[in-house]
Design a protein around this ligand. Sequence first.
Ligand code: 5AD
Ligand code: SF4
Length: 432
Amino acid sequence: MKYHIATFGCQMNEYDSGLLSSLLEGVGCQATSNTEEADLLFFNTCSIREKAEETAIARVSQYQCFKRKNPKLKIFIVGCMAKNKGKDLFKKLPYVDYIIGPDHYKEIPEIILKHKHRHLFIDFDETENYQGYYAKLQTPYSTSVSIQRGCNKRCSYCIVPYVRGKEKYRDAIDVLAEIQRAADQGVSEIMLLGQTVNAYHNENISFATLLDKISQINGIERIRFTSPHPRHYNDELLDVLISNPKICNHAHLPLQSGSDAILKKMRRQYNVEQFLSIVERLRKNNPLYAITTDIISGFVGETDDDFEQTLNVVREAEFDNAFMFIYSPRAGTESFQEKETLSEKEKWGRHERLVVIQNEIISKRNKLMFNRDEKILVERPSTKDPEEWVGKTDNFKKVIFKPNQIVHPGDYVVCHINDIRGWTLRGEIVGE
Ligand code: 5AD
Ligand code: SF4
């Protein structure tokens, strides 16, 4: 049987799609990028904002007619929206065959054999952390490894704890085995994943210790992780981040708001001063340390003054990049109970002001890279011009270069950054 997975949402979903691929290939299924020849069509969905669910539903709707052409076709909705909307999805999309939540992927091969008709598997399994199951590599040189599933934080706006359940950590031995296997297959860059990834602890192993152990695996050159929670940066972690050269100089550190009053309402467990002190410590020894973030504009009760404070923190922290969102009330969350205080227009107005300010900061931060020699992990030819290639610096900046030698995805080369157009860094190879 041939399968195709369309993935929506975050990197955890990308990883889970890799897990699903290896489970399906383990029972003889083959991947296809052509949806028309697939017998099993999976939609791995996201619920974080309402728009994410609407997009996924619209996509699934396009495949109804495929069933007429191929009566054997089975359509699966998996992931967060499967858990969130459950059997309502069968009402909305009657041609969908299976709805499967994030704790039931291992059962899919059996479900296909046993249940010929529509079926729903969405209850939480608090013991399921896919111990011993390894995802298909995302690329031959760089891949993600999940170390934590679920989240215990319950930020008041967030649906994740309700669709992914309680925090579960994988055994360090299992994580190291998955990374060793990836390294044996040629992977040199690892992205560790978890909703609050730096809260990782298992038996006596802290996140800092895990990072150190990973850095000792032969072949692993770059270690990244996402998303850390500001509450879980301690001295032990900051020391290892600064001292271990294999841990990349980039942190995705979600701010959400720059107002202490809003952070409290969001139940974020830190204040602005604590957040900025992490930024300062990370950049103290290395001003090029890249910090990216997530910011929500227009949270319930956010006043003009609260929003001005967010803009001030954005100016002070000088984020290298930011994902900026409009607050989207999610049924079931704490803040959903509260009546919104801002119109859509007001929320968008704030968002647009933020985007303008942040964009200028991105240009300013990128300019710091000019005239530097940077080690690049070569990724792929550029989509615009196949004679040019794309790679990434240690601090997660994309660099475009025209190779003066043969390069392959996964190579490391040193590029001299000699041009910056808008947000794009350009360079030429000056060494290996
Ligand atoms: N509305 C808008 N943005 C949200 N996020 C999470 N929940 C919501 C919501 N209800 C954002 C946060 C989080 C990122 C993954 O998505 O900024 O860090
Ligand atoms: Fe959501 Fe907060 Fe958990 Fe992040 S830490 S997944 S924002 S509840």
